[in-house]
Design a protein around this ligand. Structure first.
Ligand code: LLP
Length: 381
């Protein structure tokens, strides 16, 4: 994965830092173009997964739009050259100020998550003398079979409008004059590796589309959200997710009308594998059951293991000694600040470099200043 020259360069840099392989990003984007954009699908990159300008620039050049969940993300997308008509804005708790940012920039769509939000949006749009484009996010009650913290499409989750509210929703959509219905939106969860939940989502979308049509609504687009997963166990085996299989599934199972656009909001599958967190071993501490490799990176740089019990592969870059067993941990004063438990790695010593892989999505963007830790740098090649 890393060349000798790269490792030599890494040794001269202050650790920890994020490293992004832009060539791999470009190759992933090529696959998205080949199997998604070329079929006429519209793809909005979920900027929450990674908001680095270098990465967004490549995503923009590839022809993707942006899916935002905050006013600041809308502004970042605009600053990075995305056109307002390429921006969708989702989120269960949009503030008035954020709604106004979207309205004043005439973004493509507000993906509304409650009846109350629709009323507020209508009122603000009316006050501004505008008509807001809306997609209603529906909760399809489809089990995504992923970690419970990243499941979003079940009734128990806070996301989307429950389908038993459809009669009230239809009434509102007829009554509110400062919103224009463009489509329906779903996002059932994240890191979904098994395609079956997406097939279920297609079937549910087909049924719901008919209910909207029966009420006289024509949907300009169907937005199926994101959620496609990546191979965290073996990133080198699958550096680019199988986008063909993903988009084929929707082509096969979604009943889409001739003049209708199909939208997706991919995040992790586009950028996940191109990023690594590079860290140095600070200490190797002998433990009772296992030895601890204590890194200079912790949950403040990559919170996914602590928050979702996520497993990121750890590659040792500077040792090829016989293997030993380690718990690989960070320096933060929390026991959950652990990257891996009981893994076999080449024997480590103070100063060795490791790469924590598959950290391009929800890595750097979720870093925190806990313990007054500095925000780390990122490098690209
Ligand atoms: N669309 C909406 C409305 C979303 O909420 C999300 C992610 C996406 C699209 C993109 O999903 P993706 O293709 O990246 O799975 N921090 C967690 C993931 C949270 C995902 C939140 N929503 C993690 O590190 O696993």
């Amino acid at each position: 994965m890393f060349t000798k020259d790269q490792i030599r360069h890494f040794q001269s840099l202050k650790t920890p830092f994020y490293y992004y392989d832009l060539k791999l990003l470009d190759q992933s984007l090529e696959e998205v173009k080949k199997h998604g954009l070329s079929r006429g699908y519209h793809i909005h990159f979920a900027i929450k997964a990674n908001f680095n300008a270098e990465i967004l620039e490549r995503i923009r050049q590839a022809g993707l739009g942006i899916d935002c969940v905050s006013g600041a993300e809308i502004i970042r997308a605009l600053e990075c050259g995305f056109r307002p008509d390429q921006i969708a804005f989702a989120g269960v708790g949009k503030t008035d100020e954020e709604i106004l940012i979207g309205l004043n920039h005439n973004i493509y769509s507000f993906n509304c998550e409650s009846l109350e939000e629709l009323r507020v949006l209508n009122e603000l749009a009316n006050r501004e003398g505008k008509v807001a484009n809306v997609a209603v996010r529906l909760n399809p009650n489809v089990e995504a079979k992923t970690h419970k913290y990243i499941t979003t499409g079940l009734h128990e989750n806070k996301f989307g409008i429950s389908t038993d509210k459809l009669p009230q929703l239809f009434r509102l959509l007829h009554d509110l004059k400062s919103i224009r219905l463009m489509g329906i939106h779903f996002h059932i969860g994240s890191q979904i590796r098994d395609l079956e939940p997406f097939r279920q989502l297609c079937l549910r979308t087909n049924e719901l589309q008919k209910e909207f049509e029966a009420e006289g609504f024509h949907l300009q687009h169907l937005n199926l959200g994101g959620g496609y997963g990546i191979n965290y166990e073996d990133p080198d085996l699958e550096p680019i997710p199988d986008f063909k299989a993903f988009f084929d599934l929707f082509s096969e199972h979604l009943d889409h009308r001739d003049d209708q656009q199909i939208h997706f909001e991919l995040g992790r599958s586009v950028v996940g594998q191109c990023g690594s967190l590079i860290s140095r071993v600070l200490y190797v501490k002998e433990g009772v059951a296992t030895d601890f490799a204590i890194l200079d990176a912790g949950m403040t740089e990559l919170i996914r293991p602590a928050l979702y019990q996520a497993s990121h592969r750890v590659d040792v870059l500077t040792s090829s000694k016989p293997e030993k067993t380690y718990d690989v941990v960070g320096p933060i004063c929390e026991s959950s600040d652990t990257f891996q438990r009981g893994i076999r790695l080449p024997e480590l010593q103070r100063g060795d470099l490791v790469a924590i892989r598959s950290a391009g999505a929800y890595g750097e963007v979720m870093s925190s200043g806990f313990n007054l830790r500095e925000r780390v740098k990122s490098y690209y090649s």
